[in-house]
Design a protein around this ligand. Structure first.
Ligand SMILES: Nc1ncnc2c1ncn2[C@@H]1O[C@H](COP(=O)(O)OP(=O)(O)OP(=O)(O)O)[C@@H](O)[C@H]1O
Ligand SMILES: [Mg+2]
Length: 239
């Protein structure tokens, strides 16, 4: 459960987020909006890379102000990046293992946890392949394995679907659908692919210029003329 209360993030003269208030309880929540709307900024606030200028965010009732950035992963807040952050000189298995050094587990042996995480994203056969030898899609899958290993409570993905071939998109969609059941975490998905959001997210929050312009069941939100005008770039009169 994510609760955002009067959140403003100011970057000098630019507002990343503007008095945003929202409660996001859905197990798989979409976060959409045009370029520069504040989606990545919200993920950055939740993961601790950016501090609120005003307001606060809570996850599962815990005010994140009280959880230092280096403790957020252990608390269960995990993410993937718009540009993958795979460690080039470590193998896929070692990349996952490095996360396990910092997060609590359910007590199963490390090797088993790493295997399960790689298996979940379809990378079991690549466990000994170094990061630099994985292709873009495999690297993205490895980031998801890293974000879901251990006991995450919130997994945030920043545009995991960008630039994928069709069969890769289908695999990603499958993984996102399975994710909550697999690791128990709430999932927050940022993507410009409306079909992906629509197929995976029960509820969706729409941002524009740092503020919420709509929130509710995904299908209702995507059909909202206000959202279509802002996000899909179509005029309200034509919808
Ligand atoms: N570190 C920063 N310094 C200055 N301005 C920033 C910084 N990060 C974000 N911004 C600005 O804040 C606003 C929101 O940016 P953000 O990256 O959150 O948008 P976004 O919704 O993720 O967009 P996109 O779909 O293009 O990824 C933009 O105007 C952006 O230029
Ligand atoms: Mg972004």
């Amino acid at each position: 459960m994510i609760e955002i209360d009067d959140l403003t993030v100011q970057f000098g003269g630019v507002r990343g987020l503007s008095t945003l208030t929202a409660s996001l309880p859905a197990p798989v929540t979409g976060l959409v909006g045009p370029n520069g709307a504040g989606k990545t900024t919200l993920i950055n606030v939740l993961s601790g890379f950016v501090r609120p200028t005003i307001g606060r965010v809570m996850v599962d009732g815990e005010d994140l102000e009280n959880i230092a950035i280096h403790k957020r992963a252990a608390f269960g807040i995990r993410r993937t990046f718009q540009n993958e952050q795979v460690v080039e000189n470590l193998t896929a298995g070692e990349n996952v293992a490095a996360v396990l050094d910092n997060v609590p587990t359910d007590g199963r042996p490390r090797r088993e946890l790493i295997e399960a995480a790689l298996e979940f994203v379809g990378l079991a056969a690549k466990r000994n392949v170094p990061g630099h030898s994985l292709n873009a899609y495999q690297r993205r899958m490895l980031e998801i394995a890293r974000a879901t290993v251990g006991r995450p409570r919130l997994v945030m993905m920043d545009e995991p679907g960008a630039g994928l071939a069709q069969h890769e998109s289908e695999h990603l969609r499958h993984i996102i659908k399975e994710m909550h059941g697999y690791c128990g975490a709430q999932v927050l998905l940022v993507d410009h692919d409306v079909d992906l959001i629509s197929a995976t997210c029960t509820a969706t929050l729409v941002l524009d210029f740092g503020s919420a312009i709509a929130y509710g069941p995904t299908q209702d939100v995507l059909a909202d003329p206000k959202v279509r005008a802002a996000y899909l770039g179509v005029l309200e009169e034509t919808t």
